[in-house]
Design a protein around this ligand. Structure first.
Ligand SMILES: [Zn+2]
Length: 341
């Protein structure tokens, strides 16, 4: 297969993946449960892809979906919930990546989230404690239970506990995206980032599978928040341990059939400078191309959680996509000192 054929194959697979996401975004269920993130997905593809046609297509879809978002949410509710405030922040960040800014709305969000504490927004207070391992996912019945509970207060079901890597990853992303919109989302990004040394060393292969997975997701989100979601390359000298850990996990993700994780992994490795011709990128790319579903998605087509189906497809397209890097990011001294701590 020639290099040109390979690029054409990748472009077709990416287009099919984005078509799947757009079909989901246009359903009521899909939009209600994942709309803000699908707007983010299309906006970032529109802002960071090397392929001009792909940029154009993704941008127009992001704008379409943003119009729908405004119809559903014409204004920020006065008593906005923490969850909805976060969705607003995601949409603001996404649109800012397309040059569509709204300072007045950002100011409203900034004021609205002031009535929440850091634990309300992030589950813990990063100023005073490391990411904890006693926070649970929202119960299937809909209740977000208090920290430390192992059974749901409402329906008595056993709760699924988040790993500390998951808690840290979410806090990194939420405070970073908030800050980019001028919103202090519970804490400063630097206060979340400063716990990086306590997350090392990363779990070895063979340890609890969920912990290993979440550690990788934490590192990819560390990369995303340091390189403005694939806008800049990062020097491997900044994060040698993280770079090595990501490289060491490519093969396992292919063998374990985990395209959701693999997509983000390839994405971050490319940010660290690995080229399309690098054996690890080639291995992962080949896996993704060979494992796309009939409907254009990736992952288990019988998965009931539409958010998982979307996120898996989103990350797989990112893993295949070529980015229009704007050079290597210069990291502020304050942030740099936290990476080596
Ligand atoms: Zn419950």
């Amino acid at each position: 297969m020639t290099k040109r054929d390979q690029i054409a194959d990748r472009a077709t697979a990416i287009k099919r993946g984005l078509d799947f996401l757009y079909r989901v975004a246009r359903t009521t269920d899909g939009f209600d449960s994942y709309g803000s993130l699908l707007i983010s997905c299309f906006a970032l593809v529109g802002a960071t892809s090397r392929d001009a046609r792909l940029r154009q297509l993704a941008r127009s879809r992001a704008e379409q979906l943003a119009r729908r978002w405004r119809r559903v949410h014409p204004q920020l509710p006065t008593e906005v919930s923490a969850d909805l405030a976060l969705h607003f922040v995601f949409v603001r960040y996404a649109l800012s990546r397309l040059g569509l800014k709204d300072a007045a709305l950002n100011a409203q969000i900034r004021t609205a989230v002031k009535r929440f504490s850091a634990p309300d927004l992030l589950g813990f207070d990063p100023v005073s404690e490391p990411p904890p391992s006693d926070l649970s996912y929202r119960c299937d019945c809909g209740l977000k239970n208090q920290r430390g509970r192992t059974f749901c207060k409402q329906c008595r079901k056993r709760l699924q506990v988040k790993t500390r890597y998951r808690v840290w990853m979410e806090a990194l992303a939420n405070t970073y995206v908030g800050a980019r919109c001028g919103v202090l989302f519970g804490a400063r990004y630097a206060d979340v980032l400063k716990w990086l040394p306590s997350m090392r060393p990363y779990p070895a292969a063979g340890e609890d599978e969920e912990v290993v997975r979440d550690a990788i997701f934490a590192i990819t989100h560390l990369v995303y928040t340091l390189n403005d979601y694939n806008t800049y390359r990062l020097s491997t000298r900044l994060l040698p341990q993280e770079f090595a850990y990501l490289k060491a996990n490519v093969e396992a993700d292919c063998v374990n059939h985990d395209p959701e994780l693999l997509g983000e992994l390839l994405d971050s490795l490319k940010a660290f400078g690995l080229r399309a011709s690098h054996p690890l990128i080639m291995r992962g790319t080949k896996y993704l191309l060979a494992n796309q579903n009939e409907d254009g998605s990736w992952g288990d087509p019988d998965e009931e959680d539409i958010r998982t189906r979307c996120h898996t497809t989103w990350t797989a397209t990112d893993g295949l996509r070529a980015h229009a890097w704007r050079g290597e990011r210069a990291i502020r001294a304050e942030i740099k000192s936290l990476l080596t701590g």
